[in-house]
Ligand binder design. Structure first.
Ligand code: NAI
Length: 722
């Protein structure tokens, strides 16, 4: 008997008394939770409860490759007050409590992403089974959106997998695949996709039989724990043990977020209240926390970023909607160094495209292959993939010291040394070997792509693909087009970048493109503050408190002081003295200080805790005895950053403010809760931003003069985002 409706939930009762509930939101590519479904859920549960013939149920998705992606954001956007949002959370809690209270076993059969509210629904079921398909991931990303799971997740998750494991998932937003979920006890079984439904039905039957036999404890089985797991659990079971655990969690969180993300604090609060005062009090704390967070500035900005990312996923990178990306069947990579090996990894593993990796000698090739292997090994160790799968992916990269195999490549990325003559040479080599439609993409971080294209006989196929280090971790890809780059070339590279798992922005060529240019302005200001006598720790701490993941001075060590100097020269040539570093900085390179790579820079690189290498002050000829207000330090750097971003938009380097925000956040670590430089200016107000910049310009110099576009926006009282 099937009840067919145009609603989100479908109920079918199988012959053996198992109710098959299919969640399938009509007309949408994936399932999300809306408050409008509450009535439907309620009616369904009533129907199941009232039918004595139903002995068990399976909850499955009607979408081909997605279980449940979480709450519907439009619903959240609609909340104007904390009370409204709190009520929404209570509605969700109520629906899932009704599910958890059913008198029959319910099995969640999960295939595809199961996120946020999806996990909360699965947690309210008696048991969970998921597929071993790579598309299946489970996670609670609410924290990354400035929220907390508001439908019982903060209560049920720690009760199922333990407090420490739950806090880890809740506070990092980390997504886990089937095998890892099984290990954590988040699911009870992992099966191949084709037998998911059968396995879930069988499990529901088994649990029903157990229940009939009076073994109700079978409803909630714990995973078998190893010794360490048992020890952890023992700690979690005592009041003082838990206190210690929560204290440690709060400490670790505040070290990471510096109070900038209230969501993390509310998550820990809700979990702790649930254990201290009982689950009812926990639900209450969860709902109140949810209400407060939904209307917070942080959540508004973070949800804004989420929408921007989604919009970018649909953006082909070119304005003409008629342009289609061409297929990329084989990728060639020149230079098997830090960047080349990372690019080979994301191309084979994420995009599923085989790669040919060339270096100038055997040692280079071997080092590159080893680096790829190392990334796979880490994932095998973490339990994310099997050894067999890792081996299969690894063999998709082949090494070479000559150009054999390159003639078949549809796209070649060069990541050889940052040297124009060398890059010209390899470009000519590739063009002489390949057909007219092979794309030549450069990963240069500072050489203008048009300069590179000067050596090309077909400049329409030359483009920049600027990846960030480490490639397998950093989410951004900045694609750089020259006036001559063909639209199909851009669209093809954008499509490839997305397949490599990247968030892709397309910018117009210019010195430093977008990201390197704004980073240069930011670092330039930090260097000036340093040479004014402010201690290095104070500068780095000030920017970390403001929300950057690392401070600008330590970042200079990471990037390489020699590299920063080289880029600095390109910037001075293009933008004049505003970008000139303080003269003392040149002494660092003369002192052979390159940063982390030669263990000699602003910080020490021996064993033990990283400290400032105080001898650097002597080299710079400064006494670090000046105290500067941390907010002043941070804002001086941040204003240079944001003002330069506006210049890029005004000059047409950026296609839109959205791309500027995304590039700054995902490429350079601009604080996400501030929304990116353009959203930050919108929040401050253009007029106010101009006033602050003018104020700095009056005391510190012309480098703070507001970008012409900003002055215009202030005059017309306009915003970058609606
Ligand atoms: P790297 O020094 O680690 O690797 C460069 C590799 O190119 C070396 O293995 C070298 O042996 C090889 N090579 C040199 N001449 C070659 C030739 N004729 N044919 C084939 N291979 C050759 O350098 P890294 O860091 O990987 O940088 C490569 C490029 O990526 C540079 O243009 C750099 O500016 C850019 N880049 C670097 C970033 C970073 O954080 N390291 C970030 C973004 C871009």
């Amino acid at each position: 008997m099937t009840q067919r409706t145009d609603k989100a939930l479908r109920l079918e009762i199988l012959d053996d008394g198992i109710a098959m509930v299919t969640f399938d939101v009509p007309g949408e590519p994936q399932n999300t939770l809306k408050d409008a479904f509450a009535g439907e859920f309620e009616a369904l549960f009533r129907r199941i409860r009232d039918d004595d013939d139903i002995e068990g149920a399976v909850f499955i998705s009607g979408k081909p490759d997605s279980f449940l992606a979480g709450a519907d954001f439009d619903m959240l956007k609609g909340c104007k007050t904390a009370r409204e949002a709190e009520a929404l959370s209570r509605t969700g809690q109520q629906a899932f409590r009704a599910l958890a209270a059913l008198n029959i076993p319910v099995v969640a059969a999960i295939h595809g992403p199961c996120l946020g509210g999806g996990v909360e629904l699965a947690l309210a079921c008696t048991s969970r089974i998921c597929t071993d398909d790579p598309k299946t991931v489970l996670g609670m990303p609410e924290m990354m959106l400035g929220l907390l799971p508001g439908a019982g997740g903060t209560q049920r998750l720690p009760r199922l997998i333990g407090i420490a494991n739950a806090l880890d998932l809740l506070l990092t937003g980390r997504q886990v695949r089937g095998r890892k979920a099984l290990k954590l006890g988040l699911v009870d079984d992992v099966v191949p996709r084709p037998i998911l439904e059968t396995a879930a039905v069988e499990r529901a039957k088994l649990l029903a039989a157990r229940q009939r036999a009076g073994k109700r404890e079978g409803r909630r089985r714990r995973v078998a724990l190893d010794a360490a797991g048992l020890q952890e659990l023992a700690l979690e079971r005592t009041g003082p043990g838990r206190k210690l655990l929560f204290r440690q969690a709060r400490k670790a969180l505040s070290k990471k977020t510096r109070g900038n993300y209230p969501a993390g604090e509310r998550i820990i609060d809700a979990v702790e209240v649930g254990f201290d005062k009982g689950i009812e009090a926990g639900f209450d704390a969860e709902a109140r926390g949810f209400g407060e967070l939904v209307v917070s500035d942080q959540a508004r900005q973070l949800i804004g970023i989420y929408f921007a990312q989604n919009a970018l996923k649909k953006d082909s990178g070119v304005d003409d909607p008629g342009v289609e990306p061409r297929p990329v069947r084989r990728v060639g990579i020149l230079g098997a160094g830090l960047m080349g090996s990372g690019i080979a990894y994301v191309t084979t593993t994420r995009a599923g495209i085989p790669c040919r990796l060339k270096d100038k000698d055997d040692a280079g090739v071997l080092a590159g292959l080893k680096a790829v292997r190392k990334i796979h090994d880490k994932r095998v160790k973490r339990g994310s993939i099997s050894r067999t799968e890792a081996d299969r992916l690894y063999y998709q990269v082949t090494g070479s010291i000559d150009y054999r195999g390159f003639e078949q490549c549809d796209l070649v990325v060069e990541a050889v040394f940052e040297n124009l003559a060398l890059k010209h040479q390899v470009l000519r080599d590739i063009e002489s070997l390949t057909g007219p439609e092979t794309i030549f993409a450069s990963n240069t971080s500072s050489i203008p792509i048009s300069r590179l294209a000067e050596a090309s006989s077909r400049p329409e196929t030359v483009i920049g693909m600027h990846y960030f280090s480490p490639v397998e971790k950093m989410p951004l890809l900045e694609i750089i087009t020259t006036g001559q780059t063909a639209d199909w070339v851009t669209a093809t590279c954008v499509a490839l970048g997305k397949e490599q798992g990247k968030t892709v922005i397309v910018v117009r060529d210019g010195p430093g493109f977008y990201t390197t240019r704004i980073l240069a302005a930011f670092m330039n200001e930090a260097a000036r503050i340093l040479t004014e006598g402010v201690p290095i720790e104070d500068i780095d701490e000030a920017l970390k408190n403001w929300g950057f993941p690392v401070g600008p001075i330590i970042l200079m060590d990471e990037v390489g002081i020699d590299v920063a100097e080289k880029v600095g020269k390109v910037m001075i040539d293009a933008f004049g003295q505003d970008m000139a570093p303080p003269p003392a900085m040149t002494r660092l390179v003369a002192d052979n200080r390159k940063g982390r790579k030669n263990k000699k820079g602003f910080y020490t690189y021996g064993s033990g805790k990283k400290k400032v290498d105080r001898s650097v002050y002597r080299v710079l000829g400064i006494k670090p005895d000046r105290r500067m207000d941390p907010v002043t330090i941070a804002e001086r750097c941040a204003w240079r950053f944001a003002n330069e971003a506006v210049k890029c938009l005004g000059e047409g380097v950026l296609r839109c403010a959205r791309d500027g925000d995304i590039g700054a956040i995902f490429g350079l670590g601009f604080p996400p809760f501030r929304g990116g430089p353009f959203r930050y200016i919108d929040d401050v107000g253009a007029e106010n931003a101009v006033a602050q910049l003018e104020g700095h310009a009056a005391t510190l110099g012309d480098r703070f003069r507001p970008a012409p576009l900003l002055a215009e926006m202030a005059r017309d009282n306009r915003r970058f985002h609606p």
